[in-house]
Design a protein around this ligand. Structure first.
Ligand code: ADP
Ligand code: ZN
Length: 511
């Protein structure tokens, strides 16, 4: 089989004139009957990598896909392009399944989408034995790995399928690319000497910004008002906040709808359709929204809360700007979200891995260097130059002598500790800035010596400084004691020996 036939099929069925570079290589490897692992960012064009071999080779391609909704969409899309595709899953009755089986046996089907449970079921294996299978494609292959962000126990059984049909080439595809997950996919599927293709994860048309979560609603509203009629998604952590954010946007005459898994299937598909057809420009959603959505003109994606790892963050921002046109992504960050995730993870399986991933997410949010460098290095790529399209590149942190600032913060924490009083970040900032809030006077915080000593810096500057003092190891956030702040041993030389501290500041913080 050669690539000229593949190119012709690309034109005939999909109307595209050329393959993307990695697609071409993957297709050639499949023609050469190699087991293949394909890692491409969302929107990179993974499906074509198995759809083209499927339609150009004799026999049928079995596609394992984790979501029934996704299967349905793909099959409908293929049929519209005149390709004999179908799916088998638990939503179909016996009769419908029999019809499909007959079609399969008659060699009428080019692509069969099935769920992983179905693929390894005792009824399906004998059928598979009678078919001329040309390729097994495992979509969303990261689901096989407990290191991945979307582990599906059913996926682990697929190794069995690969063993049973070891003569059939297999292609595993995913947008999740951290190294452990990558290795785990290959190992679990029992690929011997696989060909691995890793596409660049860089999406230069997406701007990357991290803003403080304080007053995030105002920031969102101002952003949207500047660019009305554009499509965007606001990702929120909880179902409740999707609804409250949508509500608050509507109160400002911004057309927005909430979306989460608590809505009926009917309501969800209506909202999704309306979004795709530009009837609703803005969706405030939990991460349940977006998988498999093929909408190319999403102009921005915002995260109202911190995602729990970089893979999820990357997938979600990746839904913006699939058409290659400049698009924006904004993450609103507060360390309190990290604390929330930490608590959620505390009682869950694979705790250590999840905590490590959360830590990397936090490092991204607190980065003082080009964020794209941080992001891409997570995926094992190294950007040589700064990107020029992230908030750090556009407003770089400037180093200055932060000794006095550090002394003020550390001294306030230590004085309070000696009075047997504890403070969290917000209260500390209020004390330093000399806030007149009732709680401050009621509990006598206005009596300590450093009260008001930091009034020359804004609240957002202080939050930024404290974050740095934490990262420098001078302040510790005590997660298991209501996130109170404590001055560490390392802070003693700063307080008592005038050891200098370098901090950074940014123009955007001086508000
Ligand atoms: P992924 O599964 O990697 O997220 P898709 O397979 O859904 O990506 O492809 C993303 C978009 O790119 C789709 O709209 C698809 O039709 C389009 N596409 C894929 N390959 C090509 C190509 N060679 N030329 C032009 N468009 C392509
Ligand atoms: Zn940058």
């Amino acid at each position: 089989m050669n690539l000229t036939i593949a190119q012709q099929a690309l034109k005939d069925y999909f109307g595209y004139s050329a393959f993307r570079p990695t697609q071409e290589k993957v297709i050639q490897a499949i023609y050469d009957k190699k087991d293949t692992l394909v890692i491409m960012p969302t929107g990179g064009g993974k499906s074509m990598c198995f759809q083209i071999p499927a339609v150009t080779m004799s026999g049928v391609c079995i596609v394992i896909s984790p979501l029934i909704a996704l299967m349905k969409d793909q099959v409908e899309g293929l049929r519209l392009n005149g390709i004999a595709a179908t799916f088998l899953n638990s939503t179909q009755n016996y009769q419908a399944q029999s019809v499909i089986e007959a079609d399969l046996l008659a060699g009428k089907i080019k692509l069969l989408y099935i769920s992983p449970e179905k693929a390894v079921s005792s009824s399906f294996i004998p059928l598979l034995n009678q078919l001329n299978v040309n390729l097994i494609a495992i979509d969303e292959a990261h689901c096989i790995s407990s290191w991945g962000h979307d582990f599906r126990p059913e996926y682990t059984k697929l190794a069995f399928l690969k063993r049973q049909f070891s003569h059939i080439p297999c292609v595993a595809l995913t947008a999740t690319a951290d190294k452990i997950t990558r290795r785990d996919i290959v190992k679990q599927l029992g690929f011997e000497d696989p060909t691995i293709f890793i596409d660049s994860f860089d999406r230069p048309n997406l701007s990357l910004s991290v803003l403080p979560a304080r007053k995030r609603l105002d920031s969102i509203i101002n952003f949207i008002k500047r660019r009305p009629s554009e499509s965007g998604i606001v990702y929120c952590m909880s179902r409740k906040s999707t609804e409250s954010v949508a509500e608050k946007l509507r109160a400002k005459n911004i057309k927005a709808e909430a979306y989460h898994a608590g809505f009926s299937a009917e309501k969800r598909s209506r909202i999704q359709e309306d979004f795709i057809n530009d009837k609703i420009p803005i969706i405030c959603a939990t991460v349940a929204f977006g998988m498999g959505i093929d909408k190319s003109n999403i102009r921005w994606v915002m995260h109202y809360n911190l995602p729990k790892n970089i893979e999820s963050y990357y997938q979600e921002i990746g839904r913006a700007g699939r058409d290659g046109i400049k698009s924006d992504t904004i993450l609103f960050y507060t360390y309190q979200d990290a604390v929330f995730w930490r608590q959620m993870i505390e009682d869950s399986e694979y705790k250590q891995v999840k905590l490590a991933k959360l830590e990397r997410m936090k490092e991204f949010a607190e980065a003082l260097i080009c964020r794209r460098k941080v992001l891409l290095s997570y995926f094992g790529e190294h950007l040589k130059e700064n990107c020029g399209n992230c908030d750090v590149c556009l407003d770089p942190p400037k180093e200055f002598d932060g000794t006095v600032i550090a002394q003020k913060a550390l001294s306030a924490i230590s004085r309070l500790a000696r009075m047997n009083k504890v403070v969290g970040t917000n209260l500390l900032v209020d004390i330093l800035r000399g806030s007149k809030k009732q709680d401050i006077t009621r509990y006598g915080y206005d009596k300590i010596k450093t009260y008001g000593a930091g009034g020359n810096h804004s609240q957002s500057e202080w939050l930024y400084f404290i974050q740095q003092l934490v990262n420098l190891g001078l302040i510790e956030i005590v997660y298991d004691e209501n996130n109170i702040l404590r001055a560490t041993e390392a802070s003693r030389p700063i307080l008592f020996e005038k050891q200098p501290v370098k901090l950074v500041k940014r123009d955007s913080n001086q508000t």
